[in-house]
Design a protein around this ligand. Structure first.
Ligand SMILES: *Cc1c(COP(=O)(O)O)cnc(C)c1O
Length: 430
């Protein structure tokens, strides 16, 4: 097959292809990537970019990793896919066992699906089916936090921040959920019970109709890149128990070490009833997600009228994806990831600190391998993106947020360049 030329690709792209959150009448330019290796994206025009995004939290070990390549190749020769109805295989069994072992205590049952949003749909359905099976009427709604992000399918969308999720566009279709204020504390703020008061009021008022609380533990990602006190999460767990409401932790972004703990729930020492995983699960190689739940939840669901959990994606437990996930987790656990993340955190803190003084910057914050510069005004994406590319880095801001979450393997020198470019582009941006 003859490869398309650069200009052919650009034309097809402009005429036919949707990109995330994009317009087709007024499309942004898309940069053509030919290949990627380590922490570098190689553009079709020959330029190389240091990748600050890890392809949206996923590529924790870097691109073109020999171990992950080998796992994928070996599995492809064995079997790329087989249906999961009535069939099980080694890669899925190994992955389920590993996830049960490494996630917070009590999460014992694993449901595999194809993407983060679907794992959230599955989690919501589990919670609702749980109460229904127990014969408890009316517990069908969810309580979530403002500034939250849980995905783009309809169920997931209904629990995303109503403003950034543009709920008004779908107001007649979305399931009406309950929202509490997002935590008004930072990660390090000394705890004050007033931080939880709005949440406490909402859960107390609505517990009779709540199947579950859903939140992103400690780090709210795409809804604002906010970090909040683990004590908030601890109080949420207590209040869920007090009011007989399940807790769903969406660790799709935070899982696998990103915040400095293997899972962000560990900051608060809590276990959710249901846990969503995705993004870094396969080291960024394949799309795969998992929803874990406790035996209490699975027993509840299966004792009901249906007797089964009503979900079953075509590509459930895809062997290629499971095999590369197994290799990625093994690689992570065998590495000194805690020290790596701590080093990246220190370097992000010192490297981004100069931005604090800039007149157009509202806040600079770092947690684990996540570095955020929050601007005072929204950014013009296409313009700032080009400046970053011209200076050799890949950073994709949204709203007022210029942020990075680099692959864990990024060396000191590349990370310094990433921080320097981030600060200088922000400084000159007006
Ligand atoms: C990305 C993300 C999702 C959605 O995952 P997709 O794979 O994009 O469907 C859900 N929740 C959180 C916290 C995320 O960061």
């Amino acid at each position: 097959m003859k490869k398309l030329s650069t200009s052919q690709i650009a034309t097809i792209d402009q005429q036919h292809i949707w990109h995330p959150y994009s317009s087709l009448t007024n499309p942004f330019p898309a940069y053509q990537v030919d290949s990627a290796d380590g922490v570098r994206l190689k553009l079709a025009d020959g330029r190389e970019l240091i990748d600050g995004m890890a392809s949206w939290w996923c590529v924790i070990h870097g691109y073109n990793h020999p171990t992950l390549n080998a796992a994928l190749q070996a599995q492809a020769e064995q079997m790329a896919h087989v249906m999961f109805g009535g069939i099980v295989h080694e890669p899925a069994a190994r992955l389920a066992q590993t996830l049960v072992e490494i996630t917070p205590d009590g999460l014992e049952k694993v449901f595999f699906s194809d993407s983060g949003s679907v794992s959230v749909e599955v989690a919501m359905k589990m919670a609702i089916q749980y109460w229904q099976s127990l014969g408890v009427q009316g517990k069908t709604r969810l309580l979530s936090l403002r500034n939250g992000y849980h995905g783009d399918t309809f169920g997931a969308m209904s629990v995303c921040d109503p403003v950034t999720g543009m709920h008004h566009l779908f107001s007649n279709i979305l399931m009406p959920q309950i929202f509490s204020d997002s935590p008004q504390c930072t990660f390090n703020t000394e705890w004050d019970e007033s931080f939880i008061s709005d949440f406490e009021e909402k859960i107390a008022t609505h517990s009779h109709e709540l199947a579950a609380v859903i939140l992103e533990p400690v780090v709210q990602g795409a809804g604002g890149m906010r970090f909040y006190s683990p004590h908030f999460l601890k109080r949420v767990r207590e209040l869920c128990d007090d009011h007989n409401v399940l807790l769903i932790a969406d660790e799709i972004a935070t899982g696998f070490g990103r915040t400095g703990k293997l899972f962000a729930c560990e900051w608060a020492g809590i276990s959710p009833d249901i846990l969503c995983l995705g993004k870094a699960l396969t080291g960024g190689y394949m799309t795969l997600a998992a929803t874990l739940c406790t035996q209490q939840v699975s027993d509840g669901i299966c004792q009901g009228e249906a007797g089964v959990f009503m979900h079953g994606p075509t590509f459930m437990g895809n062997p290629l994806a499971c095999a590369v996930a197994n290799a990625s987790i093994e690689l992570l656990l065998a590495s000194d990831w805690r020290a790596r993340i701590a080093t990246i955190q220190q370097q992000l803190e010192s490297g981004l600190a100069p931005a604090r003084e800039l007149p157009n910057v509202a806040d600079v914050r770092v947690l684990g391998a996540i570095g955020v510069i929050e601007m005072k005004e929204p950014i013009e994406l296409a313009r700032i993106q080009k400046e970053f590319v011209d200076q050799g880095v890949w950073i994709r801001p949204f709203g007022k947020l210029v942020y990075v979450m680099p692959p864990y393997i990024m060396g000191q020198h590349d990370l310094a360049t990433l921080c320097d470019v981030m600060v200088s582009v922000v400084k000159n941006y007006r």
